[in-house]
Design a protein around this ligand. Structure first.
Ligand code: URP
Ligand code: ZN
Ligand code: ZN
Length: 533
């Protein structure tokens, strides 16, 4: 089954049609909008043998001109001049880059949030990802009434229509013995090795320091990474009230109510608490210089802190929030907010110098009808922007094409580092013998243009509308199958696999030695003799 790139997946009716077509047969007749693109089986599930010839194969550690031979979804060989027999699909990659598919560490597909549900589900969101060169993502499970197991079950159901590999982080929204026990279950039985704590969204997802401390300790004992949404939720609530009192009810009030200082404060607080517990910390969506500098300081002092900027923070500035058209302005509302010009460039520099380590999207798309929920009050605008389809192109253009970043570092920040942090490297994040065949071919001389009219998200808007750039993903291979080629997507609902991520990744190496040194340094308790009265 193939989907033309120029036909956005707009409605559930369209999705049902796709599912229906997959379930009835591998029909040879092609309804409007579908076409077979040269596969042995038009269901697209057959195992393929592929030889990618003559490209520059890029891993985070080196690049070389080589061929890549793929069989049964696995990279079999990477070396020059590989000879193959018949029945092998040959792709000429001369003059192009052959790179690991992108891994997006931060997405929200079909998430219930702020009185609505994100518009992209595990089908449309992942189809969009594949069209943009991302072959795996890690989504955030939101517990059901605080219950982790119920949340996990719900997300496994949502992901039944997955078309590519995915993993899960788990949010922690309340604390009791059941949650603590369920964290063990998630790590030991369900392949989750990271938990997110929201320090903002007062009254819904926000947790207090006491819970954060408990959570950090539990994460450490399980070898799981603690992640934080770092904004001071109490101060944000005050900032919002201040704006409403001033009569500022439009989207610009969103940015004004939660300035960078509140992100910096919460980032610093989370870093210090993680230091106190001596456990690694991962700061999601780093949007400001203030937060970035706290991370830089901690890393310089030797603390294990990972900083994740997102495409929107690296590319955009907040001027859009002042746009006179509400629909245009509202689409840029996300948290922490997109900042004033200058923060974007500082984040780019931090990414290129290793102060920040990997790039996500925080893909959390809402259409203009959903965004209209806050037309009278910016506090009701569902927070979130798109990016899952655009990240690989935007980062290439902004960082590599501009000369700010090497090609190997591009692979590191878009794929390899994510695989390492979440302990699935080198299965993912590399083109090595034995790695999963999740591969993209990028033509550095071709151009891209972003538009809601041609993107694959279900949303009717795109925060990068009209953006043009250099460097185009021309082929995406997922699980060893060509799923995007010649501008056409060929995806199969249900073919996506849940990727388990084991605990105690590299960030935990040596933590126990630091603990031992700390305990040895205490010089306590002192054995005292009781003095006679
Ligand atoms: O605005 C955002 N970031 N929406 C998604 C939820 C979150 O905070 O990650
Ligand atoms: Zn967040
Ligand atoms: Zn998010």
């Amino acid at each position: 089954m193939a989907i033309r790139a120029r036909r956005p997946l707009r409605s559930d009716a369209f999705l049902l049609l796709v599912l229906f077509l997959v379930s009835i047969s591998c029909s040879t007749s092609e309804p409007q909008g579908f076409c077979a693109v040269g596969y042995e089986s038009d269901c697209g599930l057959s195992s393929e043998k592929i030889l990618i010839k003559g490209g520059t194969v890029v891993n985070a550690h080196r690049k070389e001109v080589a061929d890549v031979y793929i069989e049964d979804g696995i990279v079999v060989s990477v070396r020059p001049n590989i000879k193959v027999g018949d029945h092998v699909k040959i792709i000429d990659a001369t003059g192009k880059y052959v790179m690991p598919g992108g891994i997006d560490p931060h997405t929200h597909l079909e998430m219930e949030f702020m009185g609505t549900v994100t518009i992209d589900d595990f089908f449309t969101g992942q189809a969009a990802a594949l069209a943009g060169g991302t072959t795996m993502h890690i989504d955030f499970v939101i517990p059901v009434n605080g219950n982790l197991s119920a949340g996990f079950e719900s997300y496994m159901n949502k992901a039944k229509k997955a078309v590519m590999d995915y993993g899960f982080h788990m949010a922690i929204t309340k604390w009791d013995e059941g949650v603590s026990k369920d964290m063990e279950l998630m790590v030991n039985e369900h392949g989750i090795n990271s938990f997110k704590f929201f320090m903002a969204y007062k009254g819904s997802l926000m947790i207090r320091d006491e819970l954060l401390l408990q959570g950090l300790q539990k994460c450490k004992s399980l070898g799981a990474i603690a992640m934080v949404h770092a904004e001071n939720g109490d101060a944000v609530a005050e900032g919002q009230k201040r704006m409403i009192d001033l009569g500022i009810t439009g989207p610009e009030g969103h940015a004004l109510s939660r300035p960078p200082v509140l992100e910096g404060e919460a980032t610093a607080r989370a870093i210090r608490l993680a230091n106190f517990v001596n456990t690694p910390l991962y700061v999601v969506h780093v949007m400001s210089i203030d937060a970035m500098e706290e991370i830089a300081k901690a890393r310089k002092a030797g603390q294990r802190v990972i900083g994740e900027p997102v495409a929107s923070g690296l590319i955009l500035d907040d001027s859009w929030l002042w746009h006179p058209d509400y629909t245009t302005a509202a689409k840029y509302v996300m948290s922490p907010p997109i900042r004033t010009s200058g923060h974007d460039k500082a984040l780019q520099a931090a990414l290129s110098t290793g102060v920040l380590q990997l790039v996500g999207t925080d893909h959390c798309a809402f259409n203009s009808t959903q965004k209209a929920l806050g037309s009278e009050d910016f506090r009701k605008i569902p927070n979130g922007v798109n990016g899952i389809e655009e990240r690989m192109h935007l980062i290439w253009d902004k960082m590599v094409e501009s000369g700010q970043m090497t090609v190997t570092d591009y692979v590191r920040v878009t794929s390899t580092e994510c695989a390492k942090v979440f302990n699935i490297y080198p299965r993912k994040g590399a083109i090595l013998e034995g790695s999963d065949a999740d591969i993209i071919i990028l033509n550095p001389n071709a151009s891209f243009k972003i538009a809601a009219a041609s993107h694959h998200s279900r949303s009717d808007t795109n925060v990068y509308e009209g953006t043009k750039g250099k460097g185009k993903v021309e082929v995406t291979i997922s699980q060893g199958r060509v799923v995007y080629e010649d501008g056409k997507l060929k995806v199969t609902p249900g073919s996506g696999r849940y990727i388990r991520m084991p605990p105690f990744g590299y960030l935990f190496d040596g933590i126990e030695k630091a603990d031992a040194a700390y305990f040895a340094s205490l010089n306590a308790p002192i054995q005292r003799t009781k003095s006679a009265a």
